[in-house]
Design a protein around this ligand. Structure first.
Ligand SMILES: Nc1nc2c(c(=O)[nH]1)N[C@H]1C(S)=C(S)[C@@H](COP(=O)(O)OP(=O)(O)OC[C@H]3O[C@@H](n4cnc5c(=O)[nH]c(N)nc54)[C@H](O)[C@@H]3O)O[C@H]1N2
Ligand SMILES: Nc1nc2c(c(=O)[nH]1)N[C@H]1C(S)=C(S)[C@@H](COP(=O)(O)OP(=O)(O)OC[C@H]3O[C@@H](n4cnc5c(=O)[nH]c(N)nc54)[C@H](O)[C@@H]3O)O[C@H]1N2
Ligand code: SF4
Ligand SMILES: [Mo]
Length: 756
């Protein structure tokens, strides 16, 4: 087992500090290409079309796919380099079982041995402690078909209520807000609406780095004269070009949006006809912001008063406008309230159901949209149905051919499952496409939970940091090895095509679940021969739900370059824009305002922890990093987490770029190089979270959850920062560019009086 490096130190020893595996001249120099396969990028929710080049059953490169309408051949650095994962020497090729005596802590076994071990443990644990003592955690880098299958597997094969997914760390605040206010959960607009907007308001989204293709839609709007408003504690690359930059203090978005609503009301920049005819609850929402004057908003959010008023004026006096939000406002213990306060601004000004008008969340993971519809959330059945609703249960039981009582009730959410492991309620875990050891808040707490499990099986194609805690590791499939559909940021279902078979003894993810179901004696519910059959059942299961795929076929999806849901019947063209004519998805057709009163984040700064910490992403790394930390060119671009801080704070601490700093919170401490930039609030530091172990930002973050969505508050913790011994050369290639541009006088540079 010497092939499997298990610790960070071993990885570094083996591959060098930057894991750069690409030989000079590239791996695929001079190879003859057998075929090009039209498919989509495996990474973010933009789901860019891409053509993968295949030689000798290996993906060896890519070509732009100019015909796919969303990205028209454009790709970001991750899309360009994604093809380097498949042939990576760390790829898992055989099932593994934990063996403390073996080199690397694991021993290779055959599939039968591995699966029997897992099944025996499921049966032992469920026999001793009850069905719900075995939990399943899933992920939304998986296709719709796999999400659907896993939801059904948990309910009918494992028979546990405790199934949840990594979208819980990502999209759930937006999902809950959308459903509460609008009745359906999807960005209401196709992205082709963005260029039609007179105002684009980007709230808590680092568009250029995390949704790179969306930038080009915003540029198109700019070319037509659109104004740009950005709210973020950091001057992100996009924010450098903004007309109005609102440098909010972390955790104050509902105060900012509430103040904007107050100003809209004071100036009568409202669409009264829309409010009267198409909404309910305006009076209560207005009452909640009665005292949210610009002075109060400025004090609370740390943003100059006149900028808030200017943002309100631009939004309120324009005919069209799009508000795009992402995790900056959603990753909070009031994530749902933040989303609702954005939707209030859309409803108040009638910005729904028309070209160029809408409030949209930008989805995160590849299938962040579809994966939150097909029923692998703890409270959900396919079609975005509610697992506690008797009619919804009855319908799905009919499709599954089971007794309705066989479908368990609502289970625990992802973070609650970790707490339940600590409490001894959950004893066994199966996970796929989820790396909680890196991605959940408070990593020490997560690691202790994983180690406390009586049994843990995980399915992955790399030995992730979570897999290193497992008893059984099953080698699953990479994106390009299986086919199915995903649903992109726009709500467009698209076709993922298989380019190559899984290498070695790795298997397709969905086949692993079928095998497990058979071994659990529940094979009768899982008689699929291929994933197209799963799709055919899934679309029936979704019929009549808000996310209705019933009229789609794989062939149509491919021929039409994707279909927007709802698409309830054969021949239905799909629905690029929701709520046309102001008709919302609630039974009364009205959009609902919500009264949102500002409250502070779960943790606030004090004398001991005087700075705000916020966390997020950089363009070249993806999520917990298991994939992108293995791609040399991406690692080169941003090799290690840097603690971004403002020059004023750096001067107070006596720190220059490259000096090591120790960042301490109530959960833990980490030491990492500083990066001094003018593009961040002086009272805030930012650390990207893509690294494990001692380099994990989640050593510091807070486990506080939003009461409705149960999303962790990744975006707000209180910390102190001190200079540590040592200095390293900072290799981040962006440092110069950012500093040069910021000092070049764009709206980016922080000026005293901008808050804090
Ligand atoms: N390169 C890259 N792209 C990705 C991913 C990746 O890992 N790497 N992941 C994908 C996934 S799953 C997701 S969820 C998306 C995430 O996409 P984004 O949400 O755009 O990315 P984040 O970096 O998490 O946070 C966005 C911004 O929120 C700001 N922010 C922090 N705190 C606050 C706050 O209190 N209020 C406001 N208004 N803003 C705040 C941060 O400064 C940051 O600029 O990206 C997707 N795309
Ligand atoms: N501090 C902080 N923490 C955060 C965030 C933040 O902004 N700040 N963001 C949060 C967000 S938005 C998200 S989405 C989560 C993401 O957190 P995770 O979902 O834990 O992150 P991933 O890196 O996607 O982990 C997925 C694992 O599944 C594997 N995998 C990927 N695709 C497949 C597949 O098709 N099949 C199989 N079998 N395995 C697969 C990968 O190798 C990887 O090990 O992190 C969250 N954590
Ligand atoms: S923008 Fe997202 S989908 Fe497109 S290439 Fe980059 S990571 Fe892939
Ligand atoms: Mo995400």
């Amino acid at each position: 087992m010497s092939r499997l490096p298990v610790t960070e130190a071993e990885l570094i020893e083996r591959y060098g500090p930057h894991l750069n595996l690409e030989p000079p001249g590239g791996w695929n120099h001079g190879l003859e290409i057998d075929r090009e396969v039209e498919t989509h990028c495996c990474f973010c929710g933009q789901q860019c079309g891409i053509k993968l080049k295949v030689a000798d059953d290996r993906v060896v490169g890519f070509e732009p796919w100019y015909d796919f309408p969303f990205n028209k051949g454009k790709l970001c650095p991750k899309g360009v380099k994604r093809y380097l994962q498949g042939s990576h020497p760390d790829r898992l090729l055989e099932p593994l079982v934990r063996d403390p005596g073996a080199d690397g802590g694991f021993r290779e076994v055959d599939w039968d041995t591995a699966l029997q071990r897992t099944v025996a443990e499921i049966q032992r644990i469920q026999g001793a402690y009850g069905k719900d003592s075995f939990a399943l955690l899933s992920g939304v880098s998986l296709t719709n078909e796999k999400s659907y299958l896993i939801g059904k597997f948990a309910r009918l094969a494992l028979q546990t209520a405790n199934l949840d997914y990594n979208g819980r760390l990502c999209m759930v605040s937006a999902g809950a807000g959308n459903k509460l206010a609008l009745g359906a959960d999807r960005a209401p607009n196709p992205w082709s609406d963005i260029p039609l907007a007179e105002v684009v308001f980007v709230a808590g989204a680092n568009v250029a780095e995390c949704a790179p293709i969306t930038t080009s839609y915003i540029w198109q709007a700019r070319d037509r004269g659109a104004k740009l408003i950005v709210s973020d504690p950091r001057v992100t690359p996009l924010a450098r070009t903004a007309d109005v930059f609102l440098g909010v203090r972390p955790g104050t978005d509902s105060a900012l949006m509430g103040t904007i609503l107050h100003v809209l009301i004071e100036n009568d920049w409202l669409d009264h006809h829309f409010i009267d005819e198409h909404t309910s609850g305006f009076a209560d929402a207005a009452a909640a912001v009665r005292d949210y004057t610009p002075q109060w908003g400025a004090r609370t959010c740390g943003v100059p008063e006149d900028r808030i008023v200017e943002a309100a004026r631009l939004w309120g006096t324009s005919q069209t406008g799009m508000l795009l939000h992402a995790r900056g406002i959603e990753h909070q213990s009031k994530g749902v309230e933040n989303v609702l306060s954005c939707i209030n601004l859309g409803l108040a000004t009638g910005k729904y159901g028309r070209p160029g008008a809408g409030v949209c969340t930008i989805t995160g993971q590849g299938n962040g949209q579809g994966g939150r519809e097909q029923g692998h959330k703890c409270d959900q059945l396919p079609g975005n149905r509610d697992i506690t609703n008797p009619e919804h249960r009855e319908y799905v039981a009919g499709v599954w051919g089971c007794d309705v009582d066989e479908i368990p009730g609502k289970g625990l959410t992802a973070q609650e499952i970790i707490e339940a492991i600590h409490d001894g309620q959950v004893k066994g875990l199966l996970s796929i496409c989820f790396n909680p050891a890196v991605s959940l808040p408070d990593t020490a707490h997560t690691a202790a939970a994983l180690d406390k499990l009586e049994h843990y099986t995980t399915i992955d194609f790399f030995l992730s940091e979570s897999a290193q805690h497992a008893d059984v590791v099953l080698p699953g499939s990479l994106h390009e090895e299986d086919e199915g559909t995903t649903t992109s940021v726009e709500g467009r279902a698209i076709k993922i095509n298989a380019a190559v078979p899984p290498p070695g003894n790795a298997r397709l993810d969905w086949e692993i679940f079928l095998d497990l179901a058979r071994r659990l004696g529940r094979g009768q519910y899982f008689g699929y021969e291929n994933t197209e059959q799963v799709f055919e059942e899934m679309k029936v299961a979704s019929h009549g739900g808000t996310a209705d795929y019933n009229g789609m076929t794989w062939q149509r999806i491919e021929d039409e370059h994707g279909i927007f849901w709802p698409c309830p019947t054969e021949g239905h063209p799909g629905t690029p824009r929701l709520y046309e004519g102001g008709v919302f998805a609630h039974e009364d057709g009205r959009g609902r305002f919500h009264a949102v009163a500002f409250r502070e984040p779960a943790e606030v700064v004090d004398d001991e922890f005087p700075l705000w910490l916020t966390t997020g992403r950089v363009v070249s790394q993806y999520l917990s990093g298991t994939q992108t930390r293995r791609i040399g060119a991406l690692v080169e671009q941003y090799p290690e987490p840097l603690c971004e801080m403002h020059p004023r704070l750096a001067a107070e601490l006596g720190v220059r770029t490259g000096d090591l700093v120790t960042v301490t919170s109530r959960r833990g401490a980490m030491t990492t190089p500083a990066r001094v930039v003018e593009s961040i609030r002086p009272d805030t530091v930012f650390i990207p979270y893509h690294w494990p172990g001692s380099r994990a930002a989640n050593q510091l973050t807070n486990r506080a959850l939003d009461p409705v969505s149960k999303i962790p508050e990744y975006k707000v913790s209180a910390v102190r920062v001190a200079r540590a011994e040592g200095h390293v050369e900072v290799r981040d290639r962006r440092v110069t560019t950012l500093q040069e541009r910021a000092s070049g006088g764009a709206s980016g540079g922080w000026t005293p009086g901008d808050g804090s």
